[in-house]
Design a protein around this ligand. Structure first.
Ligand SMILES: *Cc1c(COP(=O)(O)O)cnc(C)c1O
Length: 403
């Protein structure tokens, strides 16, 4: 005799009785994923255009990650940071290599963590070692939810319940070179920027912004810190979004897609910035865990061997070109497989809700914007299917708001 299946509604009820209510009501209860598809407990299938918020770079249950994690866990699953492990060293070298650096005598070094906010906390501590305390951050920014990273996150609703927040933070409008120039003086330790703002709804800076930020920070002796937690590791069709501008930052923070679903992040100091934190000045129990670093190596290897950077650019264009001419769409932002769909009406939440019923996982970071950050392995056929479904959702929503 089999037990009575527990429905999504029942699981949701149990969730609400046991899990702290910080995320609101879960949209669905998911039980399985394969490639770019996920299934809920009630048997419905969804094409996943959110990918765990830009995390599932290789989709769900990718054999390369499953094998790397299984092998490593069966060999050496965790050690303390009193010890080094092979995957940890290899991943640090690999990340520096992807950034065009070789480590060693260049000074560049990597600090491993488990999440994006933690990568940014490490960077904040590194900036304090310059002897300066002011950090310049951009309006619309998202850098995480722990107290330090939250102090650099602009959204009032996230900040207000926890004030006073730490830090000497100076705010500038994102993308405004002259405002940045005016804000950065010799008291500034660092300027922190997302190369494309993710949580704000995939907001692009004007061309040349990062180059200007590099020039302005260098002139003031301040660090340029790029938060590539969302944009990094292939998301935009480049290993790092800042490559497009040809700049070399001092600090780069990573997480989200790096482990393809296994929690890992990194704070990378390039050149002298790699030596700001010394022995005893920072630490974390899980940072550099062999299973997590093995997973990240599998992600990077797969992106490389499967030619996924070029694929991301091509499939991203299928999405962008397929949606750009819809009358409910005012424009498409972003690059590669990090796209914002700017709507002519503030109906993004309705489109997301209708998407679930149509078998599509979408996301609405703002009332007027959809964000598409699917797995980097999204196939062209699935991208076309997503475009067709999304266009009909937009047709229906436009009709609904007209009547
Ligand atoms: C998601 C995100 C973070 C925070 O990462 P967590 O893993 O949620 O702590 C920081 N910066 C950017 C740009 C992000 O998109």
């Amino acid at each position: 005799m089999s037990a009575r299946p527990v429905s999504g509604a029942e699981w949701t009820d149990r969730y609400q009785g046991a899990v702290m209510n910080t995320f609101g009501t879960p949209a669905r209860v998911l039980v399985k994923g394969d490639g770019c598809w996920v299934w809920d407990v009630d048997g419905n299938r969804y094409l996943d255009l959110l990918g765990g918020i830009a995390v599932n770079a290789l989709g769900h249950a990718h054999p390369a990650i499953v094998e790397a994690v299984t092998m490593q866990l069966g060999t050496l699953g965790h050690v303390s940071n009193f010890f080094a492990t092979e995957p940890q060293v290899r991943l640090a070298e690999r990340l520096l290599d992807l950034l065009g650096d070789r480590g060693g005598d260049t000074g560049s070094r990597v600090f491993f963590v488990s999440t994006g906010t933690e990568a940014n906390e490490a960077a904040i501590k590194a900036t304090r070692r310059t002897g300066r305390t002011t950090i310049v951050a951009a309006e619309g920014s998202f850098h995480g939810r722990t107290m330090g990273a939250l102090s650099l996150t602009s959204k009032q609703a996230y900040r207000e319940p926890f004030e006073p927040l730490p830090g000497d933070v100076r705010w500038v409008p994102y993308g405004d070179v002259e405002a940045l120039r005016a804000a950065v003086d010799e008291t500034v330790a660092a300027v922190v920027l997302e190369p494309i703002q993710g949580e704000a709804g995939v907001v692009d800076p004007p061309e040349g912004y990062l180059r200007a930020a590099r020039e302005i920070t260098t002139a003031a002796g301040a660090l340029l810190w790029l938060d590539e937690v969302q944009t990094g590791i292939g998301r935009t069709g480049h290993w790092f979004a800042h490559e497009v501008e040809g700049v070399t930052p001092d600090l780069v923070t990573l997480a989200k897609g790096l482990g393809g679903g296994i929690p890992i992040g990194a704070c990378i100091g390039l050149g002298a910035a790699g030596e700001l934190l010394g022995p005893g000045q920072h630490g974390t129990t899980f940072g550099g865990n062999p299973v997590a670093t093995a997973a990240a190596l599998a992600v990077i290897d797969t992106i490389q061997h499967d030619g996924l950077l070029a694929h991301v650019s091509a499939v991203g264009d299928v999405l962008a070109e397929g949606l750009a001419d819809h009358p409910a769409v005012a424009g498409i932002t972003g690059r590669g497989l990090m796209r914002g769909v700017v709507l002519t009406e503030p109906v993004a939440a309705q489109v997301v809700a209708a998407g679930y019923d149509a078998g599509l996982v979408l996301n609405a970071p703002t009332p007027e914007r959809l964000r598409l950050v699917p797995p980097l392995v999204l196939g062209v056929e699935d991208a076309r299917r997503a475009v067709r479904t999304l266009r009909s959702l937009l047709d229906e929503t436009a009709e609904g708001s007209a009547t």
